[in-house]
Each structure stands twice: as C-alpha cells, then as structure tokens.
Design a protein around this ligand. Structure first.
Ligand code: NZQ
Ligand code: ZN
Length: 386
C-alpha cells in the first residue's frame, strides 16, 4: 500500500430536505450571490423557485448565469467571470449536474486569474487555485464534482476538452429527491460515469489495498443494481440515494487510497470524443470501457489477476482463467447495453476520421498507465468501438 494524503474540505449535507442547510452553507460569505444553472431542468422541477425563495428570505442579492451547457463551454465561464466582477459577487451557488458545478468552479477561479485569457487558465496544467467560495446543489448523480476539486471545460472552437484542478466546493447539498426527474438516458450515462471513476482506479497493479478494493467493488455492484431500479422507478428514494452517495465517493480519490494511480485513460480517450462530437460523457465511457479492457488484457496477460478479481467479486463469474476474465468483460458490456445506452460509436454517427488527431491529443497520457499503451493501441481501441 502506497502513502496517500487525505484532504477533502467539502461539507456534504446529504438527504431529503437537506436544502434547509443552504442558509448555513452560505452564511460565512457575503450576500452577493451568483446563481449558476443549466438549460432549464431546475425551472421545470421547481427547484429554482425553492432556491430563489430561500435567497430572498436571506436578503441575498442574486445575479444569474443561466444556460450552462452539458460539456460546459469556456464561453460560459467567461460570462460568469464577467458577472462576478460586475456584481462584486461574494459566493457562487451552482445548482445542477457536473457541467454546472464544473463551470462554476472555473468561474470561481477565473475571477482571480491574472493570465492572458480564461481558456489559457483552463488549458494549462495548474494545481488548486485562489477562488471565490462555491456552494452547490447537486441534481444528477454522476461526476463527483460535488466532492472533488476538478472541472472539465470545453472549447468547441479548437476541439479541446480539458480537465484541471480548480477548487473544492465549500459545501454540497445532496438531496436524492432532486434526481427523480433525471431522464432514463442521463441516469444510465451518469451511472456509467460513476462506474468508470471506479474502474480507472480499480484496474491498478497495487494488489494489497483491501479497503480501497472493497469500496470500489461495493460501489460497482451498488451502482449497477440501483441504476436498474432507478430506470424502472425514477422516484425510488433508496436507489437514487445510493447512486448519489456512490457518485460523490467514486471520484473522490477514496477508492484509490494506497494505490498507484493508473492514468485514467478511458477518461482521456472519452474527453477527445466529447471534444470532437459533443457526446454525453458517460455514454462515451460505457462504449470505451469494455473495448479498453479487452485490449489491455490481450496485450498484457500479467494483469489477469486483477481482471479475475473483477470477474469473481463484481460480476459474480467464478473461474481463474482468461476465459473467465473475458466473460466478465462481456457481461459488463451486456449490462451497459441493458441500461439503454448506445454501445457503438457508429450509433452516435461517429466514424474514424478524427481518430489520429484525437490520439495525438492524448499521446502524453498513454504511457503512464495500468497497461502502457502506444498510439496504435489507442487507435485500435477507438476502432473496436465503431
Ligand atoms: O442543463 P439542465 O437543463 O440542468 O439539464 C441537464 C443536462 O441536459 C440534465 N439534468 C441535470 N439534472 C437534472 C437534469 N434533468 C432533469 N432533472 C435533473 N435533476 O442532464 C443533462 C446532463 O447534465 P450534465 O451536468 O452535463 O451531466 P453530468 O453531471 O454527467 O456532467 C457531465 C460533465 O462533467 C464532466 C464531464 O466531462 C461533463 O463535461 N466531468 C466532471 C468531473 C469532475 N468535475 O470531477 C469528472 C467526470 O469524469 C467528468 O469528466
Ligand atoms: Zn467521468
């Protein structure tokens, strides 16, 4: 087991009615609030009115940034920074899914950014930055943005989508009832994202981390089970609650404690797909993951033990040979398909025309992996997804 640092400063107010803690969460900061949200789901669900009533009661002055896109654009970050500066905003309140929270994190840092332009901030590697305080109300279980310091911002003009460290939310309000309105498609895609955050750390050469592996295996099984329930019964509280807590923990680093970091290559490959085709992040991951698994297992048989652990402990497939491992990968692909997600790039209208450019963008990440890859490997994985 390797050394690790635990440093997660975010307060999580979890559960039905957790919004009653919003005034407490905002209270350390001033009364000038930037309310950031997406394309309108919070207005349709009534959450917008609920939040505005609380902010009014608390005597807050509210500026609004509406229309943050899925795969949030740098242009929305720029708009938000301008609003914060023009209105002397004290705290940002992001209400939505990962895209809204990510955009808000970049805005919070962009206010203090002294470099050239906002895209320069988003596209250059940096650590956590000076930022306005951020509080969020989560409405979609997927990314873990409510409990981590990262954000992913897209620049469609340059076909780039880049993840970076920014700032942790000061507090996240996580009420599973706010996810009852999430569509079947986003429920399935969000669950695939949760599972991918686990896979990216679980498939590691470090084999002696019992707690991390146990957490990872439990989150995988729980997410598969509760996603299927939520697809059939969108307002099943227990299912939505389990997905929500899984979302927060999966991307928090906790399931990787003590493990050598693997390089998160499925995320690297997926962000390229989103950057070129603006697809839903979790869908891209569901398509890529089984193909990546088959590729690395075929390339390096020394990782068989790790795949057998996955087969036995997660997919319930007994055995101790290559066939067992491949059966588990097939079962995972079947599971993703059963949630209704498209499982090929062709179904999304994606061909191989940009594969070389996409691989050139992720080239630096390919080597530092659970199974090191080269450009030909990456192209082969994309092609297997067609
Ligand atoms: O925009 P609105 O109208 O709110 O609708 C959204 C959007 O259309 C809708 N939605 C959200 N909550 C809803 C709802 N619809 C009905 N009821 C609700 N309660 O769902 C759609 C997708 O929302 P989005 O925020 O884009 O989804 P998600 O949470 O999956 O976020 C995806 C983004 O996060 C990044 C992804 O790359 C992508 O850009 N990621 C962020 C990470 C992080 N910060 O740590 C890690 C992840 O790996 C990921 O890369
Ligand atoms: Zn993800």
């Amino acid at each position: 087991m390797n050394n690790y640092l635990h440093d997660i400063p975010t307060k999580i107010y979890f559960g039905k009615g957790a919004i009653e803690n919003l005034p407490t969460a905002l209270s350390p900061f001033g009364k000038n609030v930037l309310l950031a949200y997406g394309g309108g789901s919070i207005k349709r669900s009534g959450l917008y009115d609920e939040v505005m009533a609380i902010l009014k009661r608390e005597g807050c002055k509210v500026s609004e940034l509406a229309g943050i896109e899925p795969n949030p654009r740098v242009t929305s970050v720029e708009k938000g920074v301008e609003l914060c500066i023009a209105n002397s905003v004290d705290v940002i309140l992001a209400v939505g899914g990962g895209s809204t929270i990510d955009c808000a994190k970049a805005i919070a840092c962009g206010v203090y950014w002294k470099g050239m332009g906002i895209w320069e901030m988003c596209s250059h590697k940096h650590g956590l930055m000076k930022a306005l305080p951020l509080v969020d109300i989560l409405t979609l279980s997927a990314t873990g943005s409510e409990f981590d310091g990262g954000a992913v911002i897209s620049n469609l003009a340059t076909n780039e989508k880049i993840g970076n460290s920014y700032t942790y939310p000061y507090a996240s309000i996580c009420d599973p009832t706010y996810t009852f309105t999430v569509s079947k498609y986003q429920t399935a895609a969000g669950s695939a994202d949760i599972m991918s955050h686990i896979f990216e750390g679980y498939f590691s050469r470090t084999m002696d981390c019992d707690l991390s592996d146990g957490i990872a295996e439990t989150i995988l099984k729980s997410t598969m089970k509760n996603c299927m329930i939520a697809l059939k019964e969108p307002d099943n509280y227990a299912a939505r609650a389990n997905l929500m807590v899984n979302s927060s923990i999966a991307c928090s680093g906790i399931p990787e404690y003590g493990k050598t970091r693997s390089g998160w290559i499925c995320h690297g490959l997926e962000h390229e797909l989103s950057a070129y085709y603006d697809i839903t992040h979790g869908t891209g991951l569901a398509i890529l993951t089984p193909r990546w698994m088959r590729h690395v297992l075929n390339k390096d048989h020394s990782v068989l033990d790790r795949f057998l652990k996955f087969a036995n402990n997660v997919m319930g497939i007994e055995g101790n040979d290559m066939e067992t491992a491949f059966k588990a990968i097939d079962a995972l692909e079947d599971y993703f398909r059963s949630t209704g997600l498209p499982m090929t790039l062709s179904e999304l209208g994606i061909g191989e025309e940009h594969f070389v450019d996409m691989v050139n963008h992720v080239e630096k990440r390919l080597d530092n992996q659970f199974v090191p890859l080269d450009k030909e490997d990456a192209i082969a994985i994309y092609k297997a997804c067609l």
